[in-house]
Design a protein around this ligand. Structure first.
Ligand SMILES: *Cc1c(COP(=O)(O)O)cnc(C)c1O
Length: 387
């Protein structure tokens, strides 16, 4: 059997090339670090990549989700339906605008929002549906969009995992009303911290751009560059959510290698599938619908906790002792203290999410991983759980 790995394999370590490093240095030398020409180029390239009319670069996906709900005028008394199998940020932004997060359960195979559960959760107060393309697998956008259109509610997508995903051939970011991407350090495209919001509606894009930078009428590039002096006006008490040129420098080159990085993760994914198919204690991710494209952000396995002789948390601890870092995506959000206490959510309300939340763990899947790293991960899982 393969020996224990000698150094710790960090979960989600990004693949950053020499070109990215050189471009960041060039940005530092350019004298313009803030929101400027590189952000504009990154937005243009991203718009072309997903095929949306508008793209607004921001400092996070969370900022994008917040601004999307804010620009839609969602606030106190309104409800937004979302998944409890997600990161805290997805529901936190609903609270930030003063609205009520309403959870609906996921499908056990896709781990995405179950459209029937969404339909059952809609009320006269619902203003938006906020799906997450879990792990990079596109949601059933036909079902969610037709539901939303029938009830005249918006669809705001959390595409933090899904930059390269396509539903029935169409890129995520070109389908819903507003879509938010994350460029956080562990995500498929990395800018350190960063995000992008795409939409086809000019009025939303304009409002969001203004609100992302204090709500003022002209950004700093236009105020201080050679284009000449322009006084600014405050149109809205906005936020400080803009992306900087330093981040866009990384983003431009990360976008250029997005497809080749995806191909590497697809290779690692196939190797994990091959290694763990039929393992008596593990359930591998469901195959992707051949009409869709999975962005391969997270390789999540489910542990059979009834027969493994250990909990998922014990497994993760033992993998750490084998020098393998893993992630947990996610523990059921409705049972987190704030949501359980504030909205009286209880165990048993979303059984599929709870089942997944107790069993799921994610293996390293970065494009930075070598084939040797992947073999180390597989050997460690086998040492802990048996062949
Ligand atoms: C990472 C993540 C976010 C937040 O992204 P940031 O860019 O860090 O704000 C939101 N939703 C999901 C599902 C995520 O995984």
């Amino acid at each position: 059997m393969r020996e224990r790995r000698s150094n710790f394999l960090v979960f989600g370590s990004p693949a950053i090339g020499e070109e990215e490093i050189a471009e960041v240095v060039a940005t530092l030398r350019s004298g313009w670090l803030g929101t400027g020409p590189r952000v504009a180029r990154f937005e243009k390239a991203f718009r072309a990549y997903v095929g949306s009319a508008h793209a607004v670069a921001l400092n996070s996906c969370t900022a994008g989700l917040h601004l999307a709900l804010n620009a839609l005028g969602i606030g106190p008394g309104d409800e937004v339906v979302t998944t409890p199998l997600t990161f805290s940020a997805t529901a936190n932004v609903i609270v930030h605008v003063g609205a009520t997060p309403v959870f609906a359960d996921v499908d056990p195979q896709t781990m995405n929002l179950n459209p029937n559960a969404v339909a059952a959760a809609l009320t006269s107060r619902t203003r938006a549906i906020l799906p997450v393309h879990f792990a990079g697998r596109p949601c059933d956008m036909d079902a969610l969009l037709s539901l939303a259109r029938r009830r005249a509610v918006a669809v705001v997508e959390d595409a933090a995992h899904a930059t390269e995903a396509r539903f029935r051939g169409r890129p995520i970011g070109s389908l819903g009303d507003l879509t938010c991407f994350s460029f956080y350090v562990t995500k498929n495209l990395v800018t350190g911290e960063g995000g992008m919001l795409t939409t086809d509606r000019e009025e939303w894009a304009d409002a969001i751009r203004i609100r992302s930078l204090h709500g003022i009428s002209r950004d700093a590039w236009k105020r201080y560059s050679a284009e000449g002096f322009q006084p600014y006006d405050t149109l809205y008490p906005g936020y400080k959510y803009n992306m900087t040129d330093l981040q866009a420098a990384l983003g431009l080159l990360q976008l250029a290698r997005l497809e080749s990085n995806l191909a590497i993760r697809e290779r690692h994914w196939r190797r994990y599938d091959e290694a763990f198919t039929g393992h008596p204690l593990l359930t591998i991710p469901a195959p992707v619908d051949p009409r869709d494209r999975h962005a391969r952000h997270l390789y999540t396995l489910l542990l059979d906790v009834d027969h493994a002789g250990m909990t998922r948390n014990e497994l993760v601890t033992r993998l750490k002792a084998e020098n393998i870092g893993t992630g947990i995506h996610f523990t059921a959000l409705h049972l987190h203290t704030y949501y359980a206490q504030t909205y009286c959510y209880r165990r048993g309300q979303f059984p599929v999410t709870e089942f997944i939340g107790e069993r799921t763990f994610s293996l390293p899947l970065s494009a930075k991983l070598t084939d040797e790293d992947v073999e180390d991960v597989i050997a460690a899982v086998r040492r802990v759980l048996g062949p």
